[in-house]
Design a protein around this ligand. Structure first.
Ligand code: XMP
Length: 318
């Protein structure tokens, strides 16, 4: 029978044999898959594993610095690259969802390519691909978790894509990845993190993206997610987040009339993200979070809760 301990032992031994003294580059996303893949590779080849963690400026509040610190604490050889400005510049004025996704994917590849050139003599690209990615090839652009498809025209590819690919989790399902992570001592908070899309908050800000909108959504998301944690609801929800709508509505504050932004909160139950049901969060919780958001986040005067299931309503609004 399959056990995580045995998987770690055999995989680390195999990786040692396969990789020898070769250097491997891997893009970390902060998510479970890339982190578990990195930890396995690090066990096998130590500092010959070069990890790159890119800040695309569309992460959650404080996520870049917190996750980077966590990675360093785990002993990983990791370089944090703050490319926020480059991403936000590429997104300027773009409001079409597909155009936004493509821009993020393109800039990610450029940044990753630049960074990988700094690692001399790299021979391999490490990836956290898991079995469902292989069979479904889920829509995944703009993040290190994205499976990079094999191309026929190798000449036109960025340098890092010419590397051989090593994917230690390729035969595992998500729950097995979590068990492997646990057996290697990864923290439960890391292993229990909700999924977060590669394009990040860009696909939760409907319409065009500005630094101000990113800041507003980071604050809203932070209040919502830390609220879920405080109320013991975080682990009961498969994924949660907030959407910033391209809608202003009228409010009153004292004697003043306001005309400000509306946010939608979304929390879903799911097993694989392919289908999802909205979660029946307690009214008291929604009341508290809504009040906190409206009182603390300047520029938001209305909060709604998304009660749509997938299908047809996707988890992300874009
Ligand atoms: P949807 O919105 O299609 O999302 O119901 C299903 C799951 O996939 C995540 N998602 C993405 N993850 N890159 C990713 O890495 C993407 O482009 C992307 N789009 C959606 C979404 O967060 C949810 O968990």
């Amino acid at each position: 029978t399959w056990t995580p301990d045995a998987f770690v032992d055999t995989t680390v031994a195999q990786l040692k044999k396969q990789l020898g003294d070769d250097r491997v580059i891997l893009g970390l996303s902060g998510g479970v898959d890339s982190t578990v893949a990195a930890t396995l590779l690090h066990k096998a080849i130590g500092d010959n594993l070069y990890c790159i963690f890119v800040n695309n400026g569309l992460l959650r509040k404080n996520e870049f610095s917190e996750v980077l610190l966590q990675y360093e604490g785990m002993g990983l050889n990791v370089k944090g690259v703050d490319a926020s400005a480059r991403f936000l510049e590429a997104l300027e004025g773009e409001s079409d969802p597909e155009t936004k996704r493509k821009a993020i994917g393109r800039v990610f590849i450029e940044v990753f390519d630049d960074e990988s050139k700094e690692v001399e003599n790299a021979k391999w690209l490490g990836q956290g691909t898991i079995y469902p990615d292989v069979i479904e090839s889920v829509s995944a652009t703009g993040g290190p978790s994205a499976t990079i498809k094999s191309h026929h025209n190798v000449g036109g590819l960025p340098d890092f894509m010419k590397l051989k690919v090593v994917e230690p989790l390729k035969m595992l399902f998500k729950d097995e990845v979590r068990r492997v992570g646990k057996s290697m001592g990864l923290s439960p908070s890391l292993l229990g993190r909700h999924p977060f899309p590669g394009p990040g908050l860009a696909i939760r800000i409907l319409g065009d993206i500005t630094p101000e909108k990113v800041r507003i959504l980071q604050e809203v998301d932070h209040i919502f997610i830390s609220g879920l944690r405080e109320w013991g609801l975080y682990d009961k929800v498969w994924q949660a987040g907030a959407m910033l709508l391209p809608v202003n509505s009228v409010g009153v504050m004292g004697d003043e009339r306001t005309y400000e932004k509306c946010v939608a909160l979304r929390a879903v139950e799911s097993t694989d993200g392919m289908t999802a049901d909205w979660v029946n969060l307690p009214y008291e919780f929604l009341q508290k979070v809504s009040n906190d958001i409206i009182n603390k986040v300047k520029g938001v005067n209305r909060v709604v809760y998304d009660i749509s299931s997938k299908p047809p309503a996707t988890i992300e609004w874009e």
